[in-house]
Write a protein that binds this ligand. Structure first.
Ligand code: COA
Ligand code: MG
Length: 295
């Protein structure tokens, strides 16, 4: 299935209670913003954050950055009010934490409809519990309004009883399983955060790993993480040049009535051309977004 045309290289969390961060985000090079009402907001601040985020979404000024509101779980005392307020504001998406079944997504879809949320407001799911990961395939297919998964790797490490290691070997099974489910249904899939936000080498390694696994991008906690993440998740100039060469070599082969071409000593078949064209489309979408963000 075709994935979203909008890039999701960098998806920056910000506490919904922090007016300054909400304002600053309008100038940051993030492909998407998660305006958080859940874990980044203390209980006493929840009602205030709900209103700040609702008003920020209504006022806008975020250009082409996608706005995703993370609500509290619907079983908490705040979740339903968060969803009602978000429905009224109409962000690009609402993100539900700790999703564990298709029914969780279907309930959010019902509530969005009930509260009259605009059609364009999609649903995103946090994949961050063992039960949720095991049900990833069922969740991914739950509802047409579902657009993406966000990996909640800190919660996963906690619930697995695993350790945070540089290679993330303890998480590979969960990450891969959720990616499989997301790709099977054409969903966007965004990797978890890198906690040590001043460690640039560590961040880069984590981005490269996520990119090579197939993630669209990474969730971030600090603006200092944006540049590296945007760079790693964008096709490089060499990638673009190679893709163009593959497409033209294949087209020339086709014109000769042949089904395969060779570029740099490697075979190029129809399926490689699909990948090359997808890469070129992605590079174009990123260039368009960056042109708008810089304007
Ligand atoms: N989004 C937008 N702006 C942010 C930001 C974020 N996530 N994190 C920091 N900033 C802004 C600050 O407001 C500050 O702006 P200013 O210069 O206009 O005052 C600037 O970036 C520098 O911030 P800094 O002083 O380096 O960070 P901090 O010590 O204030 O905050 C954290 C560090 C980790 C607490 C903060 O980055 C944060 O809250 N991150 C998000 C955490 C979160 O949402 N977690 C939930 C999901 S894991
Ligand atoms: Mg969490």
């Amino acid at each position: 299935m075709e994935q979203s045309a909008h890039p999701y290289r960098s998806v920056l969390y910000m506490p919904g209670s922090k007016e300054r961060a909400l304002e600053k985000a309008k100038t940051l090079a993030a492909d998407a913003l998660i305006l958080d009402l859940e874990d980044a907001v203390a209980p006493a601040e929840k009602p205030n954050a709900r209103e700040l985020v609702g008003a920020a979404v209504e006022k806008g000024g975020y250009g082409s950055r996608k706005l995703i509101v993370r609500v509290n779980g619907l079983e908490t005392e705040w979740g339903l009010a968060d969803l009602a307020r978000a429905s009224k504001a109409g962000p690009d998406a609402v993100l539900l934490p700790k999703v564990e079944s298709a029914a969780d997504i279907q309930r959010v879809a019902e509530l969005l409809a009930e509260h009259g949320a605009p059609e364009r407001t999609r649903i995103w799911a946090m994949m961050e519990t063992p039960r949720g990961v095991l049900k990833a395939a069922e969740i991914a297919a739950a509802h047409p309004r579902l657009e993406g998964f966000v990996m909640g790797t800190n919660d996963l490490v906690k619930d697995l009883g695993a350790a945070h290691t540089p290679e993330r070997t303890p998480l590979v099974a969960s990450l891969g399983w959720c990616l499989l489910a997301a790709r099977a249904e054409g969903l966007v899939c965004v990797d978890g955060v890198y906690n040590a936000f001043k460690d640039e080498d560590g961040l880069r390694a984590s981005c490269v790993q996520g990119r090579d696994m197939g993630f669209d991008g990474k969730t971030l906690i600090h603006p200092a993480q944006l540049a590296i993440t945007n760079e790693v998740f964008a096709p490089s100039a060499d990638d673009v040049a190679l893709a163009k060469e593959q497409v033209s070599a294949f087209e020339a082969a086709e014109a000769r009535g042949e089904g395969v071409a060779v570029v740099n000593g490697k075979i190029v078949e129809n399926l490689h051309v699909v990948t090359a064209r997808r890469l070129l489309a992605r590079a174009e979408a990123i260039a368009a977004l960056e042109a708008e963000t810089a304007a």
